[in-house]
Design a protein around this ligand. Structure first.
Ligand code: A3P
Length: 306
């Protein structure tokens, strides 16, 4: 399935026509979840592939055999993509591990009443937009991005593929009441303390690990291991679909790369939009604390300079 220039509009959100059809999207909303399912949810570029790898490794007690021999999309397929049912049917995995980028207002009803374990991964949206921008350049199934300032505006307006980051994060974080079993974890937590994050996730999945198993998980889902693992670095995807000459999927894997891309003006504008859109969000995020620390340091610098 190529359909590289096709876009599917679904409930006001655009999805790449490559891998998504109206039927596959409609079917996703009616998916009969089992209580034993594990669902990884994220807005794109938030650490989805990383979480898929972590969950695979935890489920296999740190043994990398599966993650080094089966592509991530076959181990934890995307619910809304057209090949989903076929992959799930042929998957021996119990519990089933499913991935989705769908927002809560679309998928919530299918999850209602289910005890499926949902892991929601979020990431500082400034790093998300930078990562997404670079990804648009290499992914031939996404529109060629204009300049970064224009791309940034589209991100803030929520008109890029998969819709608004703000609606996505708020939708899933305000749903502790209607999703029975939800773990919210950030890319930043995984970056700053991968070992701690793995322990948190394994305990949430009720899949306890001994220290040696935690260490092997850490080793195999580090950025450098994953960058060289063709089952997760997307180099198996044909050049016409992902132009590997224009960039790599496992790009930098860092917190704060946005600082190399944003101007001071863009940063201030982003902060204003963020503040107004996130004021009704009940969760506090690691990057908000970092922002406060930064502005505190700035205030102190200003005092020292005066
Ligand atoms: P960058 O483009 O900033 O490098 P997703 O899987 O949701 O599309 O997210 C992709 C982003 O996660 C990319 O970010 C990628 O490099 C990063 N990533 C994937 N695996 C990682 C790991 N093990 N450690 C750190 N970052 C990782």
């Amino acid at each position: 399935m190529a359909r590289l220039d096709v876009t599917e509009m679904f409930h006001g959100i655009s999805f790449p026509g490559h891998l998504h059809t109206q039927d596959s999207l409609k079917l996703a909303l009616k998916f009969p979840f089992r209580d034993s399912d594990i669902l990884i949810v994220s807005y794109p570029k938030s650490g989805t592939t990383w979480m898929q790898e972590i969950v695979s490794l935890i489920s296999n007690k740190g043994d990398p055999h599966v993650s080094q021999n089966t592509p991530n999309w076959a181990r934890s397929p995307w619910l809304e993509q057209y090949y989903f049912a076929a992959v799930l049917d042929s998957s021996p995995s119990t519990p089933r591990v499913i991935t989705t980028h769908l927002p809560h207002h679309l998928l919530g009803p299918a999850l209602q009443g289910s005890k499926a374990k949902v892991i929601y991964v979020s990431r500082n949206p400034k790093d998300v937009v930078v990562s997404f921008y670079h990804f648009h350049k290499m992914a031939n199934f996404l529109p060629e991005p204009d300049t970064f300032p224009e791309f940034l505006n589209q991100f803030l307006e929520g008109t890029l593929s998969y819709g608004s980051w703000f609606d996505h994060v708020k939708g899933w974080s305000d749903q502790t009441a209607s999703v029975n079993c939800l773990l919210h974890i950030t890319y930043e937590e995984m970056s700053l303390d991968l070992c701690g994050a793995i322990k948190r996730i394994s305990s949430f999945l009720q899949c306890p690990l001994v220290e040696d198993e935690v260490s092997t998980c850490v080793k195999h889902c580090s950025f450098s291991s994953m960058k060289h693992n063709k089952m997760v670095n997307y180099t198996l995807v044909a050049q016409e679909i992902m132009d590997h000459g224009k960039g790599s999927f496992m790009r930098k894997g860092k917190i704060g790369d946005w600082k190399n891309m944003f101007t001071e003006e863009q940063n201030q504008y982003f902060n204003c939009v963020y503040k107004s859109k996130m004021q009704d969000c009940t969760l506090r995020f690691v990057w908000e604390e970092q922002k406060e620390e930064e502005s505190h340091v700035k205030d102190l610098n200003a005092v020292e300079e005066s």
